[in-house]
Design a protein around this ligand. Sequence first.
Ligand code: NDP
Length: 288
Amino acid sequence: MPEPVQTQVFDGMALANELRRQLAEEIEDLTKAGKRPPCLAVVLVGDDPASRSYIKGKQRACSRIGMDAVEHMLPASTSQDELLALLADMNADDAIDGILVQLPLPDAIDPTVIAEAIDPAKDADALHPMTAGRLVSGKYDIASCTPLGVLACLDHHRIPLEGANAVVVGRSQIVGKPVSLLLQLRNATVTMCHSRTRDLETICRSADVLVVAAGRPRMVGADWVKPGAAVIDVGVTEVDGKLVGDVDFDAVQGVAGLITPSRRGIGPMTITMLLRNTLHAYRTRKGL
Ligand code: NDP
C-alpha cells in the first residue's frame, strides 16, 4: 500500500488575481506615459447562454485591469460574409489590439475560414494557423490561452518539466495540441492521447505531469495517477447543473502531488492569458 501523498490544490483564482494585478500595473504605466489602454474586441454570434456568460466574464476582466473592450453581439442569422466583413473592419481599426471570436459558431459559418481571417497581429485567442505555426517553430509570443494557463500553473508550483514524462489526454487545436507543444518546448517527454489511444489508464499512470482535456466527466480516477504526479484537469462538463472535471477530484486527493479543481482552477487562468495575449499584441504592434 503506497504512502498517502500530501496533495496541493491549485488556487487558480489567487494566481489569476496576482497576474492580473501585474497586467493592470503595466497598463497603468502605459497610460501614465500618455498611451491609450489596449483594447480587446469580442464577437459573439447567436445567443448561446454559456457563450454570453463567458463573454461577459471576459469583458469584466478587461475593465478590472484598465483594458478597453468592445463587443459585437450578432444574431444567429449572421452570414459568414457579414462576419468576415466585420473582421476586416476590426483588422483595419488601429484602436483594436486583440480580436476574440467566441466559439462555437453557428453551423452556417466555417470556424476555419473565420480563424484565417483574423489578423495574426491581433490574434489574442490564438486561432490563426500562423499563430499555431509559430508555436510549432518554438518562436511564439502569443499562444492558446488555456495551454498558457496550464504552463503558468505548473511553473507557479515549480513542477519540474525538463525530462519529465508528461501525458496529455486530448488533441484539440485549442487545448491538447498546444499544451503538448508547450510542454515539449520545456523539454518534457510528451505522450499525446486521444479517443483511440489503447490502454490509456497505464499511459496516464506513467505521467509525472498529467493534463486531461477530454470533456469526459471524472474519467481519471485514483488508479490512473502516479503517486505525487501533477494532475491538471482542464475538462469542464455540466452534469445535473454542476460543473464536473475530467478528473475524480476527491479520489485523487492523497495520490496526486498537485491537483487543479474544476472551479477556480484552470478557468480563471484562461481569461488571464487572454488579457496577457491582448497586452502583448498591443505592445508588439505599437513597438512598446
Ligand atoms: P474537444 O472536444 O475539441 O477535444 C476533446 C479531445 O479529447 C479530443 O482530442 C478527443 O479525442 C479526446 N477524448 C474524448 N474522449 C476521450 C476518451 N474517452 N479518452 C481519451 N481521449 C478522449 O474539447 P476541447 O479540447 O475543446 O476541451 C476539452 C475539455 O476542456 C472540455 O471539457 C472543455 O469544456 C474544457 N475546456 C476548459 C477550458 C477552461 O478554461 N477550463 C477551456 C477550454 C476547454 P479525438 O481527437 O480522438 O476525438
